[in-house]
Ligand binder design. Sequence first.
Ligand code: AMP
Ligand code: MN
Ligand code: MN
Ligand code: MN
Length: 284
Amino acid sequence: MLVDLHTHTTASDGALSPVELIERAEKAAVRHLAITDHDTVSGYQAARAWCSANDCELNLWSGVEYSCQSHGATIHVVGLGMDCEHPAMLAGLSVLAGAREARCEVIAERLAKKGIEGALVGARAHADGAQIGRPHFAKFLVADGHVPDETAAFKHYLGAGKLGDVKAFWPELDQVIEWIVAAGGVAVLAHPLKYRFTASKLKRLLAEFVAAGGQAVEVLSGRQSVQDFDRLLRLAREFKLLVSVGSDFHRDARYSADIGVDVSALAAHGTVWDALSSAYSGGV
Ligand code: AMP
Ligand code: MN
Ligand code: MN
Ligand code: MN
């Protein structure tokens, strides 16, 4: 069985429209799918409408990938199965939209100080109504000839520790978990090894995540080694968390995973898709 509970569309920084993503997942026979755009559910909502009108076979779950912070580090928490009209959800999404707007102004000011003008207008044009983020600044920097490609844009201007790495605007970890849980969803700690924490810092994060009401952890995200998968499964057991999986698909690229994760190796574990399926029938 194929499951994918972490994907992006043009509503944030993905290349496929919500309908294109659904069509691709249907073709691959993905059973459970979540669209988890950064800090927005508009891609999910467009996909939901299309699925309802077209009798999709797959179970589409509502999803979001919230940006937040813990001890000064940026952390991503995936929310699944929320009621997207719940006041807690609307409040959370509105806070994050405001945070992204304020943050992109700071990024543009910092670039201007380095002699790069017009970044705000440029990034907004590349976002084209999507939830704006660093990838749209990367596109602007390439199009304006400041760097040869988006990888170089992150390496020189936007990546960890560079001027565009502005995290001060994100809400705290426990706040986003509270929004997700209040709206009836399950909070999933996204790609735990991407933060490059020491073993003890990662355990502190997991302990705080559980204490705040988090219920699941991604044990497979994008392309990953067997060792990392085993390590995450052990952590899931230790912290009594449900397991989740996702490709973190943004676009077809040489080093990216395709949509759909084979979950046969997880038969003995408590999974987030089983928990969602018993709480609701046929997606939300
Ligand atoms: P933001 O949410 O605005 O902080 O942007 C983060 C997004 O940028 C991530 O979700 C990735 O999709 C993308 N990203 C992060 N690092 C890189 C990188 N080194 N090269 C290309 N894309 C990146
Ligand atoms: Mn992204
Ligand atoms: Mn992420
Ligand atoms: Mn993601």
